[in-house]
Design a binder for this molecule. Structure first.
Ligand SMILES: Nc1ncnc2c1ncn2[C@@H]1O[C@H](COP(=O)(O)OP(=O)(O)OP(=O)(O)O)[C@@H](O)[C@H]1O
Length: 257
């Protein structure tokens, strides 16, 4: 469990972040953003803009992908997260749901959930059971399939499981990487409802999405990344009205009226 009580919610501060892969590839340049306590912030951008890279920099998984922070800071409350590992981030209350519903296909739903939060010290069985109950309340479909192999779930159910597994670690900040990718519209709505519900329960969300309509309907604030740099930032409702966002991300060929 994170050390701080739930009502002591820190903010995430990403400050002037530069990230490179290998020696040559600059993936992020001078990126700054804040996720306020219990807020939802959306990060939009085309393929390759650097959205996943930013989540990796926050969750401590960058090094697993041969990336490195070369300048700037990532702070979550009093915890400095840049240069740390994923376990340090999880202990601070920051958990990433990777793109592509990476569930353990050969393990059951229940085993996948139990794998969430591994690395957290001293969890009592009652705490694990309570976390599972919370996941099942959000995703009743998972409760009906606890013994099913995760690889046999539908795409939407696998996304639910990936989010559920992250929730097992009691995040105070959830990093969601394209949760709507490849899902049917009804399932996208369902995932959006769940993100809203998780946030209502007090968890902040940094939401990476190509589905700008969904992301802007959920977020209070949003940023647009373009080839490694933040081009636009503002309240989600305002961003949804700008020409560039409407044309490029909301499928509005006419631009703003
Ligand atoms: N492990 C890696 N090694 C080298 N380059 C990488 C690696 N991961 C990402 N990149 C490069 O870094 C840049 C940013 O990629 P990133 O995956 O962060 O973008 P993205 O906005 O999340 O795109 P997508 O929507 O396609 O996932 C791209 O040029 C990508 O090719």
């Amino acid at each position: 469990m994170p050390e701080a009580p739930p009502d002591d919610q820190p903010a995430l501060h990403v400050e002037h972040l530069d990230v490179t892969y290998g020696r040559a590839l600059s993936a992020l340049r001078d990126v700054s953003l804040t996720v306020p306590p219990a807020g939802i912030v959306a990060l939009l951008g085309a393929n390759g803009a650097g959205k996943t890279t930013l989540l990796r920099a926050v969750s401590g998984t960058l090094r697993l992908h041969r990336g490195a922070i070369t300048a700037g800071r990532v702070r979550y409350g009093d915890s400095v997260l840049d240069g740390r590992d994923p376990v340090a981030a999880v202990r601070a209350g920051v958990v990433q749901v990777p793109e592509g519903r990476r569930v353990f296909g050969g393990l059951t739903v229940d085993e996948n959930l139990r794998a969430g939060g591994l690395g957290l010290a001293r969890r009592r069985p009652a705490e694990v059971a309570e976390a599972r109950d919370r996941v099942f309340a959000l995703f009743p479909r998972l409760a009906e399939r606890t013994r099913q192999a995760a690889g046999l779930l539908s795409g939407g159910e696998q996304q639910m499981l990936a989010i559920g597994r992250a929730l097992m670690a009691h995040p105070r900040l959830l990093l969601l990487d394209e949760p709507s990718l490849g899902l049917a519209p009804l399932m996208v709505d369902r995932i959006a409802d769940v993100v809203r519900e998780i946030n209502t329960q007090g968890t902040a969300v940094l939401l990476v999405e190509q589905n700008a309509g969904m992301a802007l309907s959920l977020a209070g604030h949003a940023h647009v990344l373009d080839v490694g740099e933040i081009r636009l930032s503002g309240p989600a409702t305002e961003l949804a009205r700008t020409d560039a966002v409407r044309r490029l991300y909301l499928g509005d060929g006419q631009g703003a009226a």
